[in-house]
Design a protein around this ligand. Structure first.
Ligand code: GLU
Length: 304
């Protein structure tokens, strides 16, 4: 099978050294496998996405020496696909509308009988206030409501607990299987939002459908998204699309050990460019100096 990987930035700010690492690593790995490197613009959050940031992404990546096939997939053009998948999940009783505000959730999760609120990949684990009983008739998408994935219904439908294969994270770049169990999913992830009212979708739903549509065989992304992968595997199985391999790479951190964020303009690629850096300087800064063979070194989990 041809190796296909991708870089999927959101055009909500400047690309920084962390993005450069992710994009160059994915590109290098595709090259080393004689595979394909694809680009995808994750612009479902139209309140934050800006055309000028998207233009800057293309410009910075081309400057770094990356090439990718055209046309580029843009999430804002795929709302019909997301909507069809949501209807499918609702019709099967796997998703339900939720009108709880953040404040409602915080209050319900910190009720005395609940103990300390649990924090999952998307914040407080939803206490289940709007969750219907398992034999209730499906309720569709309604105005102003979010849609949540019903993890208990997912377990009934899927049976086996979610598992995936993580590549290249061991000291010698070995591959390992990551297993989980449903009880852990209920406790540490819960009924996550799969469609936000303002977007008509969510990061989790879109990323799963897009990786499948682009034929991604290995998802390359930062370790900050490792916890979200179990959600993606559950959605893949419910939607009947393949589970790719995953490569969660180390994160680029600032001098204080903090992960770089979009607002870290000080580490923006554009800033280094303006100061006269060249792409090899960027590779040196992020420890990817060896070119195509560097992925084994670069993929080691961060020691910090
Ligand atoms: N769009 C996400 C970001 O910019 C990356 C999502 C992914 O790689 O799955 O952080």
């Amino acid at each position: 099978m041809t190796y296909v990987t991708r870089f999927a930035p959101s055009p909500t700010g400047p690309l920084h050294l962390g993005h450069a690492y992710s994009a160059l690593l994915a590109h290098d790995m595709a090259k080393a496998h004689r595979g394909q490197f694809l680009l995808r613009i994750e612009d479902i959050d139209q309140s934050r996405a800006r055309p000028e940031w998207e233009a800057q992404i293309y410009d910075d990546l081309a400057w770094l020496g990356l090439t990718w096939p055209m046309p580029v997939m843009r999430q804002s053009e795929r709302i019909d696909t997301y909507s069809a998948a949501l209807h499918n999940l609702v019709a099967k009783g796997l998703a339900y509308p939720c009108t709880c505000s953040r404040r409602d959730i915080a209050a319900a999760a910190s009720a005395p009988q609940e103990g300390a609120p649990l924090i999952g990949p998307d914040g407080i684990v939803y206490p289940g206030t709007c969750r219907p009983s398992l034999d209730a008739a499906p309720r569709g998408v309604s105005d102003g409501a979010a849609l949540r994935l019903d993890m208990r219904a997912a377990r009934l439908r899927l049976g086996a607990a979610p598992a995936f294969t993580e590549t290249g994270t061991g000291p010698d770049g070995e591959t390992g299987r990551i297993d989980t169990c449903w009880e852990t999913v209920f406790e540490t992830v819960g009924d996550i939002v799969i469609a936000r009212p303002a977007m008509g979708t969510s990061y989790h739903l879109s990323v799963v459908l897009d990786d499948a549509a682009q034929g991604i065989t290995t998802v390359t992304r930062g370790q900050d998204l490792f916890e979200a992968t179990v959600i993606h595997v559950i959605l893949q199985r419910l939607l009947g699309v393949p589970t790719p391999l995953y490569h969660h790479h180390r994160l680029i951190r600032d001098d204080h050990g903090k992960r770089l964020a979009k607002r870290d303009d000080a580490r923006a690629i554009a800033k280094y460019r303006a100061e006269g850096a060249n792409p090899q300087d960027i590779r040196a800064m992020i420890g990817l100096v060896q070119g195509p063979a560097a992925h084994t070194l670069g993929s080691r989990p961060a020691s910090s």
